[in-house]
Design a protein around this ligand. Structure first.
Ligand code: COA
Length: 571
């Protein structure tokens, strides 16, 4: 079957479908939903058997859905309709939610139903539910719908609100006031739910330091107290604000009225750097493994000779400050008497490399880029040169750009089956990249494949990555059961009878590699190229970064995603 993915952006769900469907043998092409004429052109050139719409913000043109079956992925249970499905589900504290795959027709989300899947809700942000439960359910429904379509005998089910299985309803677009926080009455649980229902976009409208803002990245605080609504503390990037029954941390904010890059989503204490100085700094407190909830990006714990280092950086983006703190935590973990050290990243992303928003907001983005890549390289070097224990990168969530290569610095790389990797830098304005990738990548996949991966700029599934040796192992587990599965596997390594031999071999390998080409040589060569990206004549990296952080809409689908356009151009 020829499948056209018609989408607003090549987002995580679209990427996941793309890898799943291409790896299953479908012929897949992508077209961004830019305008109706462009969609018609793509249909004419690609001649798809079906269109799949994983993420659309506009209706599909009538002549297109009349001509070709168009399967729309709606992130809601059967019968749910409207543009804010998941926002309402989080805000209304639904216990179960789902994904419905329906055929586009003249009415929004009211077409015949090809397949659906349900899941239990977690206490998590909308974006996290989207990246995990919604994405997994969407893959199931699309596969089922395509099988049913190919069978030829299946009739999709018309939406019938009289059917007891149809539990959903039409819900309007959510408005700012539907989740506005009243700091004088709302409990912490309600504040968390409101902010989570709007994370990662569009955020909850509120005020900070007398300025209109949007809030993101909320964390529960169990100990601190204050008068409701008062800002009571800061820690690293986050601000703590009291509620009627406790407090919450706010990790990220957007200042609506700020100029230029000040308008971006930024760590809260960076966005209000001038205003937060008088708040008590809780940086060094409560960062140990205490049993209560608080804002803690980096956490370390041990069990059965295995150490676990978790780093929950928002969106997997790593600033200089975050890299330096992680490096310090890594050095401390390295001094502990454990045999295996597992780098857990965060639940949604392992890492997406340099923090592009913080870079954009810096006085000199070029200098900040330089500082950031050096901070990540310092961390990567520390991991690569750890020869007295086994290091493991365990990917619960996706990784992109330098984040993938940072993971390769560990001896073993394991990933959850649904993880998608983007092991390339070029989409960011032909960025060359560092993180010792010129050492780490060919070592795992060979020079030729390293070239293909970095040049093609395409996502790759964890399964495929394991097949080509980019990673070592895939674990079929969901977001929650992945960590226990990794624990069991890591403990098994720590208990191996030949553990000392493993360490000796690792030490010897590193010594040999270093004598062939010193790590410093790889770094220097990579950073020479990065210097050109940051400070050179060609501004592509700065332009691409600006477009990425300000979400400048696409004006065309890149040819590496749209082979139908490539063929058309060649003919
Ligand atoms: N710096 C800052 N923010 C980043 C980021 C980075 N390196 N990578 C991702 N994000 C943010 C996005 O802006 C988005 O923000 P939002 O919450 O405000 O919407 C969020 O993370 C999710 O990213 P998105 O692009 O929507 O996720 P995706 O799953 O569709 O795509 C990637 C994943 C990795 C392909 C894509 O995010 C990407 O290309 N990131 C940049 C990677 C990179 O070039 N890093 C720098 C070189 S090391």
């Amino acid at each position: 079957m020829r499948l056209l993915l018609l989408t607003h952006a090549f987002n995580c769900l679209t990427q996941r479908l793309w890898v799943e469907l291409t790896e299953s043998g479908y012929t897949v092409s992508v077209e961004f939903d830019i305008n109706d004429a462009v969609t018609r052109e793509a249909v004419a050139w690609f001649q798809p058997d079906a269109i799949i719409a994983p993420f659309l913000k506009r209706a599909i043109p009538q002549d297109v859905w009349r001509q070709i079956p168009c399967l729309v992925i709606h992130p809601g249970i059967v019968g749910d309709r409207g543009p804010s499905a998941l926002d309402w589900a989080v805000l209304n504290n639904e216990c179960r939610w789902g994904v419905t795959c329906l055929q586009a027709n003249a009415e929004m989300d009211a077409g015949d139903i090809w397949a659906w899947a349900e899941f239990d809700m977690r206490e998590a942000a909308k974006s996290s539910l989207y990246r995990h439960e919604v994405t997994e359910a969407a893959v199931i429904t699309v596969r089922q719908a395509l099988e049913r379509m190919q069978s030829g005998s299946f009739r999709p089910r018309p939406l019938n609100y009289g059917d007891p299985e149809v539990r959903g309803q039409w819900r309007p677009r959510i408005r700012s006031r539907d989740r506005r926080i009243d700091w004088t009455t709302d409990t912490s649980a309600f504040v968390l739910r409101k902010i989570r229902s709007a994370d990662g976009q569009p955020g909850v409208v509120d005020e900070l330091f007398g300025e209109p803002v949007r809030l993101f990245d909320a964390w529960r605080e169990d100990d601190l107290r204050g008068s409701p609504g008062a800002l009571i503390a800061r820690r690293h990037g986050a601000l703590c604000r009291a509620t009627v029954d406790g407090a919450v941390w706010i990790g990220q904010v957007k200042r609506n009225n700020a100029m230029g890059a000040g308008r971006l989503k930024l760590p809260a204490t960076l966005a209000f750097a001038d205003s937060v100085a008088d708040l008590p700094d809780m940086a060094e407190q409560r960062t140990s493994d205490a049993p209560h909830e608080t804002f803690r990006e980096i956490r370390y714990w041990e069990n059965a000779q295995v150490g676990y280092l978790e780093f929950r950086f928002y969106n997997g983006a790593m600033s200089v400050d975050q890299c330096e703190r992680l490096l310090r935590a890594y050095e401390t973990a390295r001094s502990r008497p454990v045999r295996v050290l597992v780098l857990l990243g965060g639940p949604d992303f392992w890492s997406n490399g340099m923090h592009l928003n913080v870079i954009e907001a810096a006085h000199s983005p070029a200098d900040e880029s330089w500082r950031t890549i050096n901070a990540i390289d310092d961390l990567a070097r520390e991991i690569i040169t750890t020869t007295d224990r086994v290091t493991v990168a365990a990917l619960r969530g996706n990784a992109g750009g330098g984040g993938v290569f940072l993971a390769l610095a560990a001896d073993r790389v394991v990933a959850r089956a649904g993880v998608v990797l983007n092991p390339h830098y070029k989409n960011m304005g032909n960025l060359y990249g560092s993180e010792y990738w010129t050492y780490l990548l060919p070592k795992r996949v060979g020079a030729e494949r390293a070239k293909t991966l970095t040049e093609n700029r395409l996502p790759i599934s964890a399964r495929r990555a394991a097949k080509i040796g980019l990673i070592d192992r895939v674990m079929s587990a969901d977001a929650v059961s992945f960590v226990p599965a990794v624990e069991a596997w890591a403990e098994n390594i720590a208990e191996r009878e030949n553990f000392d031999d493993i360490i000796r071999a690792k030490h010897e390998q590193r010594r040999r590699d270093e004598s062939l080409t010193p790590l410093a040589g790889y770094r220097e060569a990579e950073l020479d190229q990065m210097k050109l990206n940051f400070y050179g004549f060609d501004p592509s990296y700065h332009v691409a970064r600006y477009n990425f952080v300000f979400r400048v809409p696409h004006s065309r689908t890149p040819l590496h995603l749209a082979p139908h356009r490539r063929k058309q151009r060649e003919s």
